[in-house]
Structure formats: C-alpha cells, structure tokens
Design a protein around this ligand. Structure first.
Ligand code: ADP
Ligand code: ADP
Ligand code: MG
Length: 466
C-alpha cells in the first residue's frame, strides 16, 4: 500500500514547500492551522485544511492529539512533520505509529536516542566519530559540572540536552561564570523544553559549522549528499547557509561524509537527516548533534545535487529504495541561501510582525524564493520571524554571490521591516566574499553596524529598485 493522502503538521514556508512536492507527486494533501493562520498560504494551497486550535503553538501546532485527530478525520495515511514543532518529538511519533499512520521520518526509537543531544554524542563516540571534548552525558550536579569544566579547561559551553533552535546554550570563562551559566541554562531548558538536563563541552574557538545531509531508505542504503556551511550565525542561530563549504577539501569532505553515514547506519536511520559538526581552524571536525528531520537550509543541497529531498523523504517513507547511490551524486555548482526575516537588524533584531503591503519576488535563472507570504498577508506575532528563504545556484561561488546580490536588490517586501538590506550588506563583506568567516563573524559585524560605521556599511545597500 502506498501513501494516499498526506497531512502536513506544520505552517509557514516549510508547509508550502511540502505541499508543492505532494502535488507534484499527485498525492492529496491536508493542512492544519491555528486561528492565527486562517489566511495563510499553506491553508489556501492544500486540498483540505483543518483548524487545530488557537494561536499559541502549544494550543495548536504542538497539540499532538489535535494534529492526529485531524489526520484521522481526513483519512490521511501519512504525516509530514516539517521542522520544529512536533518533528523531533518521539512521543508524537509513537502516537502516529500506534494509529497505523506513516510518520515521514525516522522511528520514535531512533529519534528518542538521537534527539537527546547528550545521548547522541555518546552514540557518536561509540561508533568512532570524533566529538567535542566534554562530559559523558548529562550533568545533574553543579559541583560535578565544575570539576568537569576545570578538567576540560575554560572556556566551556553548557548546553541543554533537549535544546534546539540555538536556545539553551551558554559560555563560561571561569568558575564563577560556570555556576551562573549552569543555573541559567538549566532553568531555560526546563521552561523552554520541559527538561532541565544539561551537558558540558569545550568551547571550540572560532569554529565553522559544517553539516552533512544524509538520506537513508528501509533497505539499508545510506548515502550522504555532501555538506552545508552554516557558520553565518547570530546567537547560535543560522542566517545564511551555503554549499559546498569553502573550508572543506575533497579528502575532508569524504571523511566527514563517511562519519555521517557510519553514524546513520549504526542507529538504523531511515529518512532525511543532518549530522552537524564543528570544524576548527586546523580542520579537525567534531560531531555536535543530529537533526532527525528536514532542515530549514535543505534547498542549498537540493540545488547542488539536483535532488528533491522532500520527494525522497516521501518515497522512502513508503518503502521505496533511494533513487540514487553514492556514486551517482556529485556537486554540480554552488548554492547560497539567505533567510529573510521580519526583524529589525538596527534594533537588536527585534521581530517586526505586521501587515505586508507590497511584494516583488526576484526571479531569473536558478533563483528560488521559498516562502508563504503574499501581498496583504499579516505576519502573526506568535511564530518565528522567518518570511522566506532566498536561494540561488550558479556554477561557481563567485557567480552565486553576484546572483544573490542581484536577487536581494530585486526582492521587495514593504509594510514591515525586514533583514533584506542586512543580508545584502553581508554579501559585500570581504569575509563573506573570501569565504573566510566563522561562527563569530556576525557578532563582530553587528558591533560595526550598531556603531559609527553604520552609514558606511549600510550605504552599500542603497537599493536600486524599489
Ligand atoms: P535548522 O537546524 O533546520 O537550520 P533550526 O535549528 O534553526 O533549524 O530550527 C528550525 C526550526 O525549528 C526553528 O523554527 C526553531 O525555532 C525550531 N526548533 C528547533 N529545535 C527545536 C526544539 N528543540 N524545540 C522547539 N523548536 C525547535
Ligand atoms: P541547536 O540544537 O540549538 O542547533 P547546536 O548544538 O547545534 O544547538 O549548537 C548551535 C550552535 O552553537 C552551533 O552551530 C555553533 O555555532 C554553536 N556551538 C555549539 N556548541 C559549540 C561548541 N562546543 N563550541 C563552539 N560553538 C558551539
Ligand atoms: Mg544545531
């Protein structure tokens, strides 16, 4: 039996992204929405839509019973979780599995082992994948933590084991800072993730964030689809992603790819997944965490490989073999993605929800804008501020940068403040142009634009088309 109807348990651009592929495959698709999203594009584009609750996520998109009831009521036999929300929730996956509905992703068992970051690190270590030096698993007691921090040597990071989205992470440079950070992170973890467990690891100085996309089917085939460089981050959250990474040569790429495949095979992984690594300035790489879902930045991999990852996710979920082998894959060019957010970079990136008045999407050869916004759409204040992802592809990195600049010049979103100009400015920095930036770059750059160089830097962004 194949998949005959899919429920998309998400909102925003990723829901739209998944709906598009379902339609291309000829599979009827059902959306769910909160009362704040009644007029959202994912509601309009689906074949059917079910209201699952009130605006706050916990009353709608995170309400497992409501989502599952919507799937049953509309006769869906598969659920695509997108990213965020319930996508990495083993309890939800178990509930889905128990009803006989196919979860488009790995099993509850695999997600529960990998979703807990401290456990995932131990699994990686067991199968010989290098990990960042740190505690063996979670640390419950401050004094135990202090001993480990001293042994590793400052600076260290304290990280929520259940964390995600860049939250629940703190740095400590001394014993005093450690005790403070330990308490703060535990508290934040408890309130944001309902689990106060934290673990400790060495703070890697000026690292690159390089992650490997993998894809696995139910027949034991596991391949990697190369890397994405997501070092352009603000407060541990990604802003720009590109593939391939200028940090990797062929031999490091091969080694990291093999590590990722080894880990996925070890746990019996099925579906799309990402293994995140830090790479230090001496090109040592360390496992950081695994994301057991489709990722925000998956399009850059699609662009450089020519493979629709959502289509493969769906096919694999109903038992088909992967449509390609490792040897069929090659890097066809260079791709960059800029996250376009409703936020004000000149006011500490404060979210700027509100009504969008005018929109002009850029176009042209190998320019893609994955988004759920449209003219007169009201950006609700309840969810994350991402409006869409501008993605370009070109034969070389240099051409991709030029293409991204033109696309950003021609992207118009009026009515609310966005980070379009900010992204445009980044595309002109010597560091980005050279590909010589690490995860600390944005903090430095922000220091400049908030200060006296503001005019000069943002002067680059005099937009040509309005
Ligand atoms: P990616 O790793 O795919 O680039 P992010 O880590 O930025 O994505 O997270 C993707 C989305 O999922 C964001 O909206 C983020 O807020 C959300 N998210 C990720 N992990 C969690 C989590 N553990 N709990 C709640 N939301 C999460
Ligand atoms: P999340 O689950 O929120 O995505 P990650 O563990 O992936 O959290 O870390 C998010 C980001 O924080 C990384 O991409 C990296 O920039 C930074 N980071 C995490 N661990 C370390 C570390 N040990 N040293 C330096 N930076 C780190
Ligand atoms: Mg991460």
């Amino acid at each position: 039996m194949g998949i005959n109807k899919i429920l998309v348990a998400n909102r925003g651009e990723i829901a739209v992204r998944v709906i598009r592929t379902c339609k291309e495959l000829g599979i009827p698709v059902v959306s769910v929405y909160s009362t704040a999203d009644e007029s959202s594009l994912h509601v309009k584009l689906a074949d059917e839509a079910v209201c699952i609750g009130t605006p706050r996520s916990k009353d709608s998109y995170l309400n497992m019973q409501s989502v599952l009831s919507a799937a049953i009521a509309t006769g869906c036999n598969a659920i695509h979780p997108g990213y965020g929300f319930l996508s990495e929730n083993p309890k939800f996956i178990e509930m889905v599995e128990a009803t006989g509905i196919t979860f488009i992703g790995p099993s509850a068992n695999v997600v529960s082992r990998l979703g807990d970051k401290a456990t995932a690190k131990m699994i990686a270590k067991q199968c010989g994948v290098p990990v960042v030096e740190g505690s063996d698993g979670i640390i419950l007691d401050q004094e135990d933590g202090l001993k480990i921090a001293r042994k590793i040597g400052y600076p260290v990071m304290i990280k929520a084991s259940a964390g995600g989205g860049g939250r629940g992470i703190a740095i400590a440079n001394s014993d005093t800072e450690f005790l403070k950070a330990f308490e703060m992170t535990s508290m934040e973890a408890e309130s944001s993730f309902g689990d106060k467990s934290v673990y400790i690891e060495k703070f890697v100085e000026n690292p690159r964030h390089v992650e490997i996309q993998i894809m696995a089917d139910k027949h034991g085939n596991v391949v990697h689809l190369f890397e994405r460089d997501c070092s352009m981050q603000r407060r541990n959250q990604k802003m720009i992603e590109e593939a391939p990474s200028s940090m990797l040569d062929d031999s490091l790429r091969k080694k990291m790819g093999e590590s990722a495949v080894k880990l996925a095979k070890h746990v019996g992984y099925v579906g799309a997944g990402t293994i995140e690594f830090l790479v230090d300035s001496r090109k040592n790489y360390y496992f950081m965490e695994m994301n057991t879902r489709i990722q925000v930045e998956h399009p850059v991999t699609e662009m450089i490989t020519g493979i629709d990852l959502v289509k493969e996710q769906i096919k694999v979920a109903y038992g088909k073999e992967l449509s390609f082998k490792q040897k069929d894959l090659q890097i066809l060019g260079h791709s960059i993605e800029c996250r376009i957010n409703a936020e004000n970079p000149l006011n500490n990136f404060i979210p700027t929800p509100g009504k969008i008045k005018k929109i002009l999407f850029p176009g042209g050869f190998n320019v893609r804008f994955d988004s759920h916004i449209y003219p007169d759409y009201e950006v609700p204040p309840f969810y994350d501020s991402m409006l869409g992802k501008l993605i370009v592809f070109a034969p070389t990195r240099k051409e991709a940068i030029r293409k991204m600049r033109v696309a950003l010049e021609q992207l118009v979103i009026e009515g609310i403040t966005t980070n379009i100009e900010y992204q445009y400015a980044i595309m002109h920095t010597p560091e980005f142009i050279k590909g010589a930036y690490d995860t600390g770059f944005i903090a430095k750059f922000n220091g400049l634009i908030q200060g006296e160089y503001n005019e000069e830097l943002l002067g680059w962004t005099k937009r040509k088309i309005k």
